[in-house]
Design a protein around this ligand. Structure first.
Ligand SMILES: [Zn+2]
Length: 450
């Protein structure tokens, strides 16, 4: 068989369910292709498979001519180097000595597990997931994770969860953005007066800032709240503007809207003789770039699955109580070690991998990474879920930056066409990863080689 015939045979076998996508390189070896050509064929077959599954063709997520890496050793300091085959600087990065290739058997490996393309960012295929509830759809899981076996864990987790039907997702219709203004006064009566003036003029302020900064993007102000704080002689008035958007992130627009509101409020203070010592944008109060449970930005999404307890006990080979012992010991550990339950599992890896793949705004996705795993028994069922209370995402390009052609292609291939679907797919892959991870730990198979 020619190279093309082998690629076609392998992708057909994958589509018929007779070959797991992550075994394509091994299958190419069995078809008679020697290394590293088996890697090239395996990747090409997997690309054809993902194209058939998604109904889209790869154009921007490129396939390099040699889609594998090469192992080297520095003869001077014995350090090991794993370089993309495309890399032309074959020297030690520490002492500049020319590197020597490893023995043939261990020389070449795929760029990442389940690699499907990409040059700077290596894209992997992580199976598919079907969701129901607020979003009903099957997504292809495409992730820039790294070299680990994480993609495989997500594939397996999503597959096992979908045996019980679609994963149920609940997603907020809007993403919230927030920007806070802070005013400092010397006396409490002065602060009281200022607050009254702001509240009296709020409808007019909202009308102006919406027209100037929000409506073009489909954004609106949904709430404005105030908060009194004090530091020694500073009587502080915080005034936070909350906006909401369906598909834009709206962060920049909301910041400029609040900035405009500040100018209007400063004028009102002057006209009414209010003595305000300091008037600033006080970002610390609006949750900007802080992944905390108090972060009031982004969109809520949860994903959960219901599994009969008897079936899950058979799967883990032990009573369900011991699964809950694991969940609790991990929850307690994360909470005590870092002070709050930022990640109770793998979310810290899965969520950034998803953001790196889709490259939507925000690029600094830290704010969106707060994640909680939950599990409970309802009747005869185990309910296993994950909630992400503040996922920020702008699905369209915006003044905050464009979404690259490669990233737009990843969205198309994944099947994501709205911010709501983005959040649903993100929560579903996070749940798939967490489920597989928790199950492996309780089965004592994680890192043990069992
Ligand atoms: Zn060296």
């Amino acid at each position: 068989m020619t190279f093309e015939d082998i690629v076609k045979t392998l992708s057909d076998r994958m589509l018929q369910g007779g070959l797991a996508p992550w075994k394509a390189e091994d299958a190419a070896l069995e078809e008679g292709l020697a290394g590293p050509e088996n890697i090239t064929a395996g990747v090409a077959a997997r690309r054809a498979f993902v194209e058939a599954k998604s109904g889209h063709s790869f154009r921007h997520i490129m396939l390099p001519e040699r889609p594998y890496h090469t192992g080297y050793r520095c003869p001077n300091d014995q350090s090991l180097w794993t370089l993309a085959a495309e890399d032309t600087h074959i020297r030690c990065g520490m002492c500049d000595t020319p590197l020597e290739p490893l023995p043939a058997a261990q020389r070449h490996k795929p760029l990442v597990n389940n690699y499907i393309g990409g040059i700077e960012d290596y894209f992997s295929y992580a199976g598919e997931v079907t969701v129901g509830g607020d979003v009903r759809k099957t997504f292809q899981n495409i992730l820039c994770w790294g070299p680990g076996v994480g993609h495989l864990g997500i594939s397996v987790g999503c597959f096992k969860l979908n045996k019980y039907g679609p994963i149920e997702v609940q997603v907020s219709d809007w993403g919230i953005a927030a920007r806070n203004l802070s005013f400092v006064f010397s006396t409490e009566p002065e602060r009281e007066k200022a607050k009254k003036i702001i509240q009296q003029h709020l409808p007019e302020i909202i009308r102006i800032i919406t027209a100037e900064h929000l409506s073009e993007w489909g954004g609106e102000i949904v709430d404005v709240d105030t908060l009194y704080k004090q530091h020694h002689g500073d009587r502080i008035l915080h005034c936070c503007f909350y906006s909401r958007f369906e598909n834009h992130r709206g962060h920049g627009q909301t910041s400029h809207a609040a900035g405009r509101a500040k100018l209007i409020i400063d004028d009102l203070f002057r006209q009414n003789g209010v003595s305000c010592r300091l008037s600033v944008v006080g970002m610390g109060r609006d949750g900007d770039l802080k992944p905390s449970p108090r972060n009031r930005r982004g969109r809520y999404v949860s994903a959960q699955q219901t599994i009969p307890v008897s079936e899950y006990e058979k799967n883990i080979g032990r009573p369900i109580e011991e699964f809950f012992s694991y969940i609790e010991l991990d929850r307690q550990a994360v909470t005590e070690e870092i002070g709050w339950p930022a990640y109770t599992g793998m979310g810290g890896e899965i969520i950034p991998a998803f953001y790196r793949t889709m490259k939507n705004n925000p690029r600094p996705y830290l704010v969106s990474c707060f994640q909680k795993v939950y599990a409970s028994i309802r009747g005869k069922d185990l309910v296993f879920g994950v909630e992400l209370p503040n996922v920020e995402v702008g699905i369209t390009s915006s003044p905050e930056g464009i979404i690259s052609p490669m990233a737009r292609e990843a969205l198309r291939m994944a099947g994501i066409t709205s911010a709501k679907e983005y959040a649903a797919a993100l929560a579903a892959v996070t749940l798939g990863g967490e489920f597989n991870f928790a199950t492996l730990h309780v089965q004592e198979r994680m890192y043990t080689g069992r």
